[in-house]
Design a protein around this ligand. Structure first.
Ligand SMILES: [Zn+2]
Ligand SMILES: [Zn+2]
Ligand SMILES: [Zn+2]
Length: 133
């Protein structure tokens, strides 16, 4: 399966969350502020959809629900959408071209999904942008 690199922005202030200066898997990483039981720090996640590679400056304990915040406006990125697998709130990230990607806020849970208002339009956009799947 070909990989799709996501380009995401804050759902509140719409500023880009991509960090071109810190790459993961050769792509700009997604940079977020994170708050865990261990403290506050920076969380970077790989921009490839379905890839779970991440780096954090604070400890992320397996099973813990983390809180993430926009590094620009510092608002929490959270939603009332709950994870189907573990019941934790899903973290919404807005896609530059419309739609959202949701990732589970529980460390170790691999649940995530894409959400579009208009799925066929979104798929054709992805197709034109990335040359298909
Ligand atoms: Zn923001
Ligand atoms: Zn990756
Ligand atoms: Zn989950």
């Amino acid at each position: 399966m070909e990989k799709i690199a996501l380009n995401v922005k804050c759902p509140h202030c719409k500023k880009s969350l991509m960090d071109p200066y810190h790459r993961l898997h050769e792509k700009p990483s997604i940079l977020l502020e994170v708050k865990t039981e261990a403290g506050e720090g920076k969380l970077r996640i790989c921009s490839y959809y379905g890839c779970y590679t991440h780096e954090s400056t604070v400890e992320l304990k397996e099973g813990e629900v983390i809180h993430v915040f926009c590094p620009h406006c510092h608002k929490e990125l959270t939603s009332t959408t709950m994870c189907e697998e573990c019941g934790a709130p899903m973290i919404p990230l807005a896609l530059q071209k419309g739609g959202k990607v949701y990732i589970c806020s529980r460390v170790g849970c691999k649940k995530h999904f894409l959400s579009f208002e208009n799925i066929s339009e979104a798929l054709s956009r992805l197709y034109h942008e990335y040359g298909g799947f």
